[in-house]
Design a protein around this ligand. Sequence first.
Ligand code: NAP
Length: 231
Amino acid sequence: MAEQNKKKVAVVTGASRGIGRAIALELASRGAAVVINYNGSEERAKEVQKEIEEKGGEAEIRQWNVADFAACEKAVKDIVKTHGSIDILVNNAGITKDGLLMGMSEADFDSVIDVNLKGTFNMMRFVSRQMLRQRCGRIISMASVVGNLPGNAGQANYAASKAGIIGMTKSAARELASRGVTVNAVAPGFIETEMTAVLSEEVKKASAAQIPLGHFGKPEDIAKTVVFSGI
Ligand code: NAP
């Protein structure tokens, strides 16, 4: 009986702000116990936890760097020890280090690949073992429209990381589907967060002009799409 009433446990990486925050709030509002991962923004993560708890939901914050293989292994072990399962993993943590290809530093290429692509691999690598044991689970990773159709000048590193996530998602889906674990990716267009706040007004205007609705989306729009694949 207790098992039947157990809340689904959802891990959302990079949930201290932006799209990850909106996903954490949406999952909690649907009854999941949410693990809010952050890297540096502890105070922001605490605010998300508080917001969830004030609405009657369950949440905890945990710091780790998704680019760190060993830290991801430890985080997954600790979460399973505390909660007994991981039912939903949302690989949302991501960064940009934009620049034209000819001038892009090795460090800027590596850090974007390390956080966005390798971070997604690290988490899937350890969480999928647990989900296979459970014979059920949902993994949703945050790609981007730039990894798919149009590309974007100045984002060779970012577009490569997001295209990589799409390829990895398709392969992982084939490996895990027969054992009740689904793997999907969501590829948002431009969304109003701190990631896009740094763009110049000129770029924002040109980007919005490519969007049929003529304006950037909100983090809540993406949260609903993620939850549709995850619950
Ligand atoms: P954001 O506002 O900049 O937030 C990024 C989040 O990722 C923060 O919570 C940050 O935590 C976390 N993070 C960064 N590096 C991390 C690391 N090494 N380990 C753990 N967490 C880390 O970004 P956003 O716009 O919400 O984007 C979220 C995701 O959606 C990203 O994967 C992004 O590529 C993707 N996306 C965004 C857009 C858009 O237009 N905004 C469009 C398509 C896809 P700390 O603050 O603690 O560092």
